[in-house]
Write a protein that binds this ligand. Structure first.
Ligand SMILES: O=C(O)CCC(=O)C(=O)O
Ligand SMILES: [Fe+2]
Length: 228
C-alpha cells in the first residue's frame, strides 16, 4: 500500500509458484480473457456475477459502509476518500461468491482476505497505490504474521457508473472503465515472485453516479485476521 518504495521486495519461489498455477488455471478457462500486456498479468471475466448478485452485494455495502482506511497514512487527505465494508465471508449471501472467486483462481479460500466492498460517490477516489505490501514499511512485520504478502487481486464491478471511476494502471498502460458483473483479476507479483511495481493502480474519481465494487486480496499463506 501507500507510495512506491524503491525496491518493493525480493523474489520468492512460493509466490512465483502461485503466480504460475493461477495463470495456468485462468488461461485454461474459456470465460477468462487476458489483457495483452507485458508489464503485468491482468485478466477479466465479463459476466462473473449475475444482476441479482450485484444488487444484493450493493445492499450489503450500503448497510455496512464506513470511511475507507489505509495501512500507512498518506500526506494527502484525498488519497482514499471512498467508503468500505468488510463482508462477512460466512454469511449465506457472501460465502458462495467468495468461494467462487477463490475457485476461479484455483487458490484455497483460506488464503483470501475477507471480501471488501467499496463505494465511491462523485469526487471520491483511491489514488495510485499497490495492493502488495511494501516490505520496508513498519506494517510489514505484522502482515507477515497474518498470511504474508498479497499475491493476486480480484475485483468485481457491481454497477454501471454514469461517468468516471475507471481503474487505471498508469505504468502498465491500461484504463478499465467499470462494467457491471465483470471481475478483473491481476497478479501483484512478477514471474519471479517479487512485487511488481507496474501493478500500480488507481480507482479514478467518480464524476457522476456512484461506483460499487468488491475487492478480494489473496495472501501467499493462509490469511489470519488481525485481532480487533
Ligand atoms: O476502485 C478501483 O477501481 C480500484 C480499487 C482498488 O484498487 C482496491 O480496492 O484496492
Ligand atoms: Fe488496489
Amino acid at each position: 500500500m501507500a507510495s512506491a518504495a524503491k525496491s518493493p521486495g525480493p523474489p520468492s519461489a512460493t509466490r512465483a509458484a502461485i503466480g504460475r498455477a493461477v495463470a495456468e488455471k485462468l488461461e485454461a478457462d474459456p470465460r477468462i480473457i487476458r489483457v495483452p500486456l507485458d508489464a503485468a498479468q491482468v485478466y477479466y471475466c465479463l459476466d462473473f456475477l449475475t444482476d441479482d448478485e450485484c444488487r444484493v452485494l450493493i445492499e450489503v455495502i450500503d448497510a455496512g459502509r464506513r470511511p475507507s482506511t489505509l495501512l500507512s497514512q498518506s500526506a494527502d487527505p484525498g488519497f482514499r476518500t471512498s467508503e468500505s465494508c468488510d463482508m462477512d465471508r460466512y454469511s449465506p449471501i457472501i460465502r458462495p461468491i467468495d468461494e467462487r472467486v477463490a475457485d476461479l483462481l484455483g487458490i484455497a479460500p483460506e488464503h483470501g482476505e475477507t471480501m471488501q466492498g467499496q463505494r465511491y460517490a462523485p469526487g471520491q477516489q483511491f489514488r495510485a497505490h499497490h495492493d502488495y505490501f511494501h516490505q520496508r514499511e513498519p506494517y510489514w512485520a505484522a502482515m507477515q504474521g497474518q498470511g504474508g504478502q498479497r499475491t493476486w487481486t480480484a475485483m468485481a464491478y457491481l454497477n454501471e457508473v454514469e461517468e468516471g471511476g475507471a481503474t487505471w494502471f498508469p505504468l502498465a498502460g491500461i484504463r478499465i472503465p467499470p462494467r457491471k458483473r465483470m471481475l478483473l483479476i491481476w497478479n501483484n507479483m512478477k514471474p519471479d515472485g517479487a512485487p511488481n511495481d507496474a501493478t500500480l493502480h488507481e480507482g479514478m474519481a467518480v464524476v457522476a453516479g456512484t461506483k460499487y465494487i468488491f475487492t478480494k486480496w489473496f495472501r501467499e499463506d493462509r490469511w489470519l485476521k488481525a485481532a480487533d
